[in-house]
Design a protein around this ligand. Structure first.
Ligand code: F6R
Length: 616
């Protein structure tokens, strides 16, 4: 949440900052701002609203300089106003700071600074942070050098409690930008004659692919031709320069109207990439070397806990069914946000997975740390290479889905399920699954990308359905077994981007209360592929129809009975039940997308949301 970018080089900073902010906008889009520095003069432009508002402001009166910082905000402390937009200045007006995170002891620091005569112009914790650094620097009796600025910066950081990914510069010490991270992502981008500090590599791909993923408590300074990374204590620290895997084109919309649609259509390739090199027909199993565990160690696992939030949690719920069914291994899914505060009994043979597209979700990260603190081996299933969860876990599996920029998660969901299927296959093959059964799983997985493509071909039909039902008051989503998490995910996608009220339930719960909601204004979406409970689903469908509830069924091809009973049908290809969740999820993503477009909603930047939830 919140995107930050700092640039120091030889080009004009503002166009680079604006371009970076556009690419970071998915992280927050309440307000935005930039500050630049030229010949001892700082210029700040900031306003509430989208980057387009900032761009207009900048166009009227461009701030100059080849040093600058920029921010796109997702509000935590303080309302969405021009004053609360970043960058924030210190008391002297010479220090500019941008921040992603939350300072918890802000009131205490604010009181202390107020008693020293400080005046605050915003309601934000960030402004207090800027004043604290500026105060310490101004009280420093020595010469105003890069060294003394860095010392003041470090001293201020040691006084704040909370999370931050920050960047700042000071008019009296030109030619350097300082940055630091704790709990919020921060990346150093290394260019030729120019360097960057950013919250996400997508912002700087046009300039460099060479990056350092900074660690918590790293403090960095960048100059045009140099950079320096140290610990908060000021000692040297080890770091690794990495190459970004994906290209600028992959992080752009191309000919698609929205990132979400592009990412929905990328699913066949994303699924294939997740499986590439990981299936062994000779051994009828999956190879997941990144787990860093031998077959013997994996066989000794007695229980699996999957921790995640939101869409990733729904993928975990599918994973629970997969691992239990294919590997007969007790598995539980936990909201990462609950796990971290619960004292869940876990014996020593429990293997824990943190599932996260971004690898930066604060709740999932905290759950991972709590699990590791308790001594459990904790692995990650992440998309973002070099993300904090990927680095802090004891091993794991990368999804290789490519950048996901649409705020509503789509391809990451089906990629997570693909990885969990590989995991279930691997765990199954060292337990109860025969070689022949293993081969069946492999061939179902190999056929999957083509079947997803067939579902994508239904996009126009699904758009027609979305138009037909666009006036509905709300939607109910029903599914059983593997399809229950898909009902939850279908409802989440719809709520997130169309703001329609939507709920997901196990179909069998209908008669235990939810049936009271059935009426013509509230359509039900029933996920009912060919599986062991198909006939039961038919009975539930009849119960809904008997109460005049419209039904859209997502069913396997060839089921004539469904076509007779339901008002509308979305037909998915026949497949084994364990791959059906992926095939059922895709039409629901498309339904949410087309409905939101029909209603004129901002699909890629839904109200109040932001991608990568890095605050608690
Ligand atoms: C929903 C969505 C969120 C995320 C959740 C976890 O469309 O995007 O619910 O799934 O915030 O995010 P990651 O997977 O990055 O940990």
């Amino acid at each position: 949440m919140c995107g930050i970018i700092g640039y120091i080089g030889r080009a004009e900073a503002t166009p680079i900052l604006l371009d970076g902010l556009r690419r970071l906008e998915y992280r927050g889009y309440d307000s935005a701002g930039v500050a630049t520095l030229l010949n001892g003069t700082m210029e700040v432009r900031k306003c509430a609203g989208r980057i387009t508002n900032l761009a207009q402001l900048v166009q009227k009166d461009p701030p100059n300089g080849s040093i600058g910082i920029g921010h796109t905000r997702w509000a935590t402390h303080g309302r969405v106003t021009d004053n609360n937009a970043h960058p924030h200045l210190d008391q002297s007006g010479k220090l500019a700071l941008i921040h992603n995170g939350v300072i918890e002891n802000v009131e205490q620091i604010r009181e202390q600074l107020l008693s020293q005569g400080h005046i605050f112009r915003s309601e934000t914790d960030t402004e207090v942070f800027a004043h604290l650094i500026g105060r310490i620097f101004d009280d420093n009796p020595g010469p105003r050098t890069q060294r003394s600025l860095m010392e003041s910066f470090r001293l201020a950081l040691s006084q704040v409690i909370g999370t931050y990914g920050i960047a700042m510069f000071h008019v009296d010490v030109p030619d350097v930008i300082l940055g630091a991270r704790r709990g919020s992502p921060l990346i150093l981008g290394i260019g030729k004659g120019q360097n960057f500090i950013v919250s996400d590599v997508s912002a700087i791909l046009a300039h460099t692919r060479e990056v350092v993923y900074l660690e918590d408590y790293d403090v960095v300074s960048i100059e045009r031709d140099n950079f320096d990374i140290r610990s908060l204590a000021g000692t040297g620290t080890s770091f690794q320069v990495s190459q970004v895997e994906f290209t600028l084109e992959e992080a752009e919309k191309g000919s698609y109207p929205h990132f979400m649609l592009k990412e929905i259509f990328e699913q066949p390739e994303a699924i294939r990439n997740g499986m590439r090199g990981r299936l062994s027909k000779e051994e009828s199993t999956a190879k997941l070397g990144g787990l860093n565990m031998s077959s013997r160690e994996l066989r000794d696992v007695e229980r699996i806990v999957l921790m995640a939030c939101g869409t990733a949690l729904h993928a975990g719920m599918v994973g629970e069914c997969l691992i239990e069914n294919l590997a007969h291994l007790p598995t539980e899914v936990e909201f990462a946000s609950e796990f971290r505060y619960r004292n869940m009994p876990m014996n020593k043979d429990t293997l824990v997975f943190a599932i996260s597209q971004s690898g930066e979700t604060i709740d999932t990260l905290a759950a991972l740390r709590e699990s590791k603190r308790k001594g459990h081996r904790t692995l990650g299933i992440c998309n973002n290479v070099g993300s904090t969860i990927a680095r802090e876990s004891d091993g794991g599996v990368y999804m290789h889905a490519g950048p996901e920029i649409g705020v509503a998660a789509t391809k990451s969901f089906t990629s997570q399920i693909t990885i969990l299927t590989l995991l279930a296959l691997l765990l199954g093959r060292i337990r109860h699954l025969s070689s022949a059964q293993g081969i069946d799983v492999i061939s179902a997985l190999e056929n999957l990308p083509d079947k997803v493509r067939q579902v994508l071909d239904l996009s126009d039909h699904i758009a027609d359905l979305a138009a037909k039902y666009a006036a509905a008051e709300g939607f109910l989503f029903f599914g059983r077994q593997y399809s229950y998490p898909i009902a939850l995910e279908g409802a989440l996608k719809l709520k997130e981007i169309s703001y329609k009220f939507a709920e997901g339930h196990p179909t069998s719960e209908l008669k235990h209360g939810i049936i009271a909601l059935i009426r013509p204004e509230v359509p039900s979406i029933m996920i009912m592929p060919d599986d062991a409970v198909f006939d039961k689903n038919i009975s539930s469908l009849e119960q809904i129809k008997a109460r005049k509830g419209p039904v859209i069924a997502v069913a396997s091809e060839g089921r004539k009975q469904v076509a007779v009973l339901a008002d509308d049908v979305i037909t998915i290809p026949k497949c084994p039940d364990f791959v059906s969740p992926i095939l059922s999820a895709v039409p629901l993503q498309l339904f949410a997308y087309h409905l939101a477009v029909k209603l004129g909603c901002d699909v890629d930047k839904p109200r109040n949301l932001a991608k990568s939830v890095t605050v608690e």
